[in-house]
Design a protein around this ligand. Structure first.
Ligand SMILES: [Cu+2]
Length: 536
């Protein structure tokens, strides 16, 4: 990488900050080895409070707002560090079409350099340490980029940068994605020390699809621990040599509710991807790995594994949902971050305390897409909020008093994955259709909500009948290994590209008639990926 054009400015700012806040910098230097102010700007402390309802005794302060997909947060002494995955960019990338297939010209991802590593100092000033990590769009709303982070206590941060999952083996790479960076906190200079994506392409430790999206992790004992959410594997990277080793393969999670054909992405096994989110070192020296799980993100499917340093695994917790992070308060109690209690039904994010006896207690509820959590020495809890799908609206929120909250028992939503062969479709959207839909259809027995699976290379239904002049929701789940979409030209409807394992929803409100829905991916319609929509 060439030197960042603003580095001279960064160095000037650093001198200014040392002059202005010498005590604070000296304090951080003891642990973090010195922190530089890049584009130092006023943070927005204390003024704003989030809109959700807080338990009695809890106060929330928005420390930073207007963020672009903030991901993980770590506290080092009085300094708070966090990453932003960014917003992707303008560089449109195309997967190489299979021989003989047409190329429709739709990009599978767009990339740019919009990811960051930022810090908030003890004086509440916000600093940008790095502002040009590579960033990729991934599906309709997701962005992947700068995410996990760890600190060696000697002046360096390690930043884990993601990649657009299954496209890692299909796009022209720069080598800056699916990578672990070392960042000099005193200068903002960064360099790739390990290419996790290349390792996945060459070795594919979880023998399912080639897929890499390094997400969270930590630094401990000279190693950077990396959770590859796409690759279903935990790696260690030697911080000195960059040597990559497989620490654990987390593979798939048993999903007996899947149809007989199983999950094509997992060799037909009745499994969903485990999707490890991060690695956190616990007070006992073991490593804790929470799991987001793969689609359809069934409530209650997520465990948290505990690994001894030698790799021996036990279940620390089970029965959770979409766990993205775990942090420990000063008395050693674990708290997990739940991104959504029921994604397909729009369930809120939660913070859940795991008692010594395994009891699960919700201490914060009503969060919107939280992702990363960390405690400081005074048991303030820092949360990245609106961390996925809210570009320009992300927040870093500090909650005080959370460890004293009595809370409510953690329960699962009533809509469970049904045991029928249709179950691979979103449970929460299927159930109301089969029972009494809250939206009454004007045409008896016709659904106002339809589930459709996208497979390689066909739709699960070749004919769909819906009522005319009525809002009908179509829930799309891509069960295949390839990207697909759902398009109806006459109605100007398109889901946009849905990556493998991804989901999307389209709304149809059409006059009576017969329409064709099809996939615009190169060659897919020709291969039979189309169907008939009858509007009656
Ligand atoms: Cu397709």
């Amino acid at each position: 990488m060439t030197e960042h054009p603003s580095l001279s400015g960064i160095r000037a700012a650093r001198i200014d900050r040392r002059t202005l806040a010498l005590g604070a910098v000296a304090s951080a230097a003891a642990v973090a080895g010195g922190v530089v102010a890049v584009n130092a700007q006023d943070a927005t402390p204390a003024a704003e409070t989030p809109a959700f309802t807080l338990p009695e005794g809890v106060e929330a302060v928005v420390l930073a707002s207007g963020l672009n997909n903030p991901r993980f947060v770590k506290v080092v002494d009085d300094w708070i560090f966090f990453t932003e995955a960014g917003v992707g960019g303008e560089d449109a990338l195309f997967a190489t079409p299979v021989a003989g297939q047409e190329d429709t010209g739709d990009p599978v991802t767009k990339r740019g350099y919009s990811g960051t590593l930022k810090s908030i100092g003890p004086d509440a000033t916000e600093y940008t340490i790095v502002d040009d990590f590579i960033s990729y769009t991934f599906g309709a709303v997701e962005v992947v980029g700068a995410s996990g982070l760890g600190f060696d206590g000697n002046g360096s941060a390690y930043v884990i940068v993601g990649a657009p999952g299954p496209y890692i083996g299909q796009i022209e790479r720069t080598g800056e994605e699916a990578a672990v960076y070392k960042v000099d906190l005193a200068t903002g200079e960064k360099s790739v020390i390990a290419d996790i994506g290349a390792y996945e392409i060459a070795n594919n430790p979880d023998p399912a699809a080639i897929d890499s999206n390094p997400y969270g992790g930590t630094y401990a004992g000279g190693l950077v621990y990396v959770a590859d959410a796409g690759g279903n594997a935990i790696y260690t990277v030697d911080a000195e040599t960059g040597e990559i080793a497989v620490f654990a393969v987390t593979g798939g999670l048993a999903a007996p509710f899947l149809p007989e054909a199983g999950n094509a992405l997992r060799g037909g096994a009745k499994e969903i991807d485990s999707v490890p989110s991060t690695v956190t070192e616990g007070p006992n020296g073991n490593f804790f790995v929470p799991f987001i799980t793969g689609g359809p993100f069934p409530p209650g499917m997520a465990p948290v594994y505990e690994y001894a340093p030698d790799g021996t695994k036990t279940d620390f917790a089970t029965g959770l949902t979409m766990t993205s992070d775990i942090a420990f308060s000063s008395d050693g109690t674990a708290y997990v971050c739940i991104m959504s209690s029921n994604l397909l039904a729009g369930g809120a994010g939660q913070i859940v305390r795991i008692g010594a006896d395994g009891t699960k207690t919700v201490v914060l509820d009503g969060l919107m897409a939280p992702n990363g959590i960390a405690f400081d020495n005074e048991d303030n809890l820092f949360v990245t909020h609106k961390a996925n799908g809210f570009p320009g609206e992300g927040e870093l929120v500090r909650f005080s008093g959370v460890t004293a909250v009595e809370g409510t028992p953690f329960t699962l939503p009533e809509t469970q994955p049904p045991a029928s062969p249709e179950a691979a479709t979103p449970a929460a959207t299927e159930a109301p259709t089969e029972e009494a839909s809250p939206i009454a259809s004007p045409v008896a027995d016709l659904p106002t909500e339809v589930s459709l699976e996208l497979e390689d290379i066909k739709y699960s239904k070749t004919e769909i009948t819906i009522p005319a002049d009525t809002d009908v929701i179509v829930n799309l789940t891509n069960k295949g290994a390839l990207p697909h979409d759902f398009t109806i030209d006459e109605l100007n409807i398109s889901s946009g590209t849905i990556p493998s394992g991804g989901m999307a929803t389209v709304k149809i409100n059409a006059p009576k008639g017969t329409y064709t829905y099809y996939c615009t991916q190169p060659g897919h319609r020709t291969a039979g990926m189309f169907g008939t929509l009858k509007v009656v």
